[in-house]
Design a protein. Structure first.
Length: 178
């Protein structure tokens, strides 16, 4: 699957077939050329077009894990324990009803879950609270998550500066003292 950014340039109608013709202007020229060469003879394509949203960077997720590690060191817990606790406090969650015969499959497929209080007397299903891992967050969700972790770290007097901020500070220090 290829993913591109760009804009819609034109919409016209093929009067012979009655079908719409959408013209796109793509920013990724080389990838567009490769995709065209690969797919121009295919009879039917699956096409999805949506408004562009800035993707959250992997750096944000790495920073989250650095902070979880620092908190873990400070409180004597594992990084994974802290991460799960942060998911519970600041992460995205939902409750899911799972049929009894699918519970073991659910437990193997989901990483962050716990049994949830049943909302009704039910013998055919169980309820679970599930937390979405931060690698699946959008920019807004990740911002909320990281800000929560930062506040937790600051309460423990942990330095929360990013590696980029530290490098910038060091380069300023070196230029002043060089």
């Amino acid at each position: 699957m290829s993913e591109f950014t760009g804009t819609i340039k034109d919409l016209s109608l093929d009067y012979k077939t009655g079908k719409a013709i959408l013209t796109l202007e793509l920013n990724e020229r080389n990838n567009a050329t490769k995709m065209y060469d690969k797919l121009n003879q295919v009879d039917k394509l699956a096409i999805e077009i949506d408004k562009y949203k800035e993707k959250r960077s992997n750096e944000a997720n790495a920073y989250c894990w650095v902070l979880c590690g620092k908190i873990a060191d400070c409180v004597g817990a594992s990084k994974d324990e802290i991460y799960l606790e942060m998911l519970k406090r600041y992460g995205q969650t939902f409750v899911s009803k799972i049929q009894n015969q699918k519970v073991e499959l659910f437990k193997r497929s989901e990483k962050y879950w716990e049994e949830h209080e049943s909302l009704e007397a039910e013998e055919k299903a169980q309820y679970f609270r599930v937390w979405v891992g931060s690698s699946n967050y959008n920019t807004e969700e990740m911002s909320i998550f990281i800000n929560g972790i930062i506040s937790e770290a600051e309460e423990l007097d942990i330095d929360v500066r990013t590696p980029d901020q530290i490098a910038e500070m060091m380069s300023l220090w070196e230029s002043d003292n060089g």
